[in-house]
Design a protein around this ligand. Structure first.
Ligand code: UDP
Length: 323
């Protein structure tokens, strides 16, 4: 019997997507040990409460910007998955410097660890690298339309820089890697007050409060349920695909129709009100997932109705104060 220990590292593993991903890796991935590193800036230990009890899992509270403090260099990782980043527009604007540091210094640190381990590197990128897109739906070959000094620039440019950094480690050192361009994702464990559209609308509808639509509401998003996204990331981790790849649900909806749908589905008496539109808010967003279908044989399966039900059940539980 080989005594080789197969270790994985998920940075940002206590966050919304990172925690679902960590749980799926423990359950479905051939590994002996899963290390979760998170600075808990937006993540929470509650998100990984079930995992922390497992002897397969080790949680380390720490920041990838100061990775040298965590003594991980003695461990040989087979895979490093970087999901450490603030992702809500409201929060990354408030924590602009931290967002830029995590997306630059933090990525360098994790890449050096991957290089010395010979690990495959899965990097959470984003549809935001397309900015306010002039090509629709967005395909991986599109370069994007990003304002480098706008209110979203700390996130968009950090993610674009991250893509360039990971790609350079591949070119220079032969690192195996994938850049997951994640489109809007929702589900349980999203921060209730993180300002994104699903927590805002679902919580307002559950409490019969006004749903606040920014601008005319004709901007579009395409919403993917978190378990669908995670199944795509698992396939990507197991594959040898190198390069950027879109993962998201191509069913596109305007924000105003989303508000109406949520009110109706949750049987709410909420009204819709319009507030001033946000600067640089992308007008349309929809993934072209041809590549993911081809190389991963992946596409989303969960309907919005099912995903909304699971998400609203979660927020009801949080609102009731239950664990
Ligand atoms: N939005 C809104 N009301 C809210 C929250 C968001 O109208 O309470 C809109 C926002 O302007 C954007 C879309 O919903 O057009 C998605 O916003 P979110 O912050 O979830 O993510 P983004 O895709 O902009 O990163």
């Amino acid at each position: 019997m080989a005594s080789f220990l197969k270790s994985l590292l998920v940075a940002g593993g206590a966050g919304f997507i990172g925690s679902h991903l960590s749980a799926a890796l423990v359950e479905n991935f051939d590994c002996d040990k899963l290390f979760i590193v998170d600075n808990l800036v937006t993540g929470s230990v509650d998100n990984i409460g079930d995992l922390i009890g497992s002897e397969k899992v080790e949680f380390i509270e720490g920041d990838i910007v100061e990775l040298d403090k965590l003594s991980l260099e003695t461990i040989k990782f087979s895979h490093i998955l970087n999901f450490a980043s603030i992702a809500s527009p409201k929060t990354y604007a408030e924590k602009s410097i931290e967002t830029l540091q995590t997306g630059s210094l933090g990525v360098f640190n994790l890449l050096d660890l991957a290089k010395s381990s010979g690990a495959r590197f899965i990097h959470a990128s984003t549809s935001e690298i397309y900015g306010d897109p002039m090509v629709h739906p967005q395909i991986e070959t599109y370069y994007g339309n990003v304002n480098s000094v706008g209110p979203r620039s700390m996130y968009d440019e950090a993610k674009r820089f991250g893509e360039a950094t990971v790609t350079a480690y591949h070119s220079k050192f032969g690192l195996s890697y994938a850049l997951v361009r994640i489109f809007n994702t929702y589900g349980p464990k999203m921060g209730q007050n993180d300002g994104r559209v699903i927590p805002n609308f679902v919580n307002a509808a559950l409490n019969n409060l006004d749903l606040e639509v920014y601008g005319d509401g004709l901007q579009t998003r395409s919403l993917c349920y978190v378990s669908d996204l995670v199944s795509g990331i698992l396939k990507l981790t197991q594959s040898e695909f190198c390069g950027p790849i879109n993962l998201g649900n191509p069913s596109e909806i305007t924000v105003i129709d989303l508000a109406k749908k949520i009110i109706k589905s949750l049987d709410s008496t909420s009204k819709i009100i319009h507030l001033e539109g946000l600067a640089d808010d992308p007008r349309q967003r929809c993934p072209d997932i041809t590549l993911a279908k081809k190389v991963l044989n992946w596409e989303p399966e969960i309907s919005f109705e099912t995903g909304l039900l699971k998400t609203s059940e979660y927020f009801k539980l949080i609102n009731s104060g239950a664990d």
